[in-house]
Design a protein around this ligand. Sequence first.
Ligand code: S3P
Length: 186
Amino acid sequence: MNPSHPIETHGRPIILIGLMGCGKTTIGKLVSKRTGMPLLDMDALIEEQVGKKISQIFAEQGEAHFRALETALLRYLAEHPQTPPPVISTGGGVVLRPENRELLRSLGFVVWLNVSPRSLMHRKIRAANRPLLQTEDPADTLHRLWEERGPLYRETAHRILNTSRTEVGEVCRRVCNLAERFFAHQ
Ligand code: S3P
């Protein structure tokens, strides 16, 4: 299918950040379809490269190892710009390392899809696939993560979209409009 809305990004990616379940992959797919930019899902790529599910990497090698894999992938992308540039959907914890925050901001246009923890719980995110939600009270865990990471998402993002009550097609359009305006001034 031909893209309905190609964007001039000067070879740089559009990057989606935010808490697990905020829609990075869903919106990433829609933005990819609309712009014709390929989707690069960091979690999926890491799973493919390592040959293990994220939950298995966490269980066998620990979170610190997974974080190192995220940094290595971002460094690779910074050193090897992809043609055409991708829409990158990140893992929710990618902003934890200061180096990653810098890499993300210099790599491309970063949008934080900000969804309140309450809305995230309504979306029934699949806790089973998410090692960090294997807790007694996943709702409380999400709330804590949102509070801890909010400032990091804010610091990393060029733009913030509050998308708790916005349907996905509209979020996609907004991401594309913001990206277009951002790159027009580069
Ligand atoms: C994580 C989020 C997950 C995945 C890993 C760690 C996090 O990605 O990278 O389980 O620290 O929030 P999603 O945000 O796509 O669920």
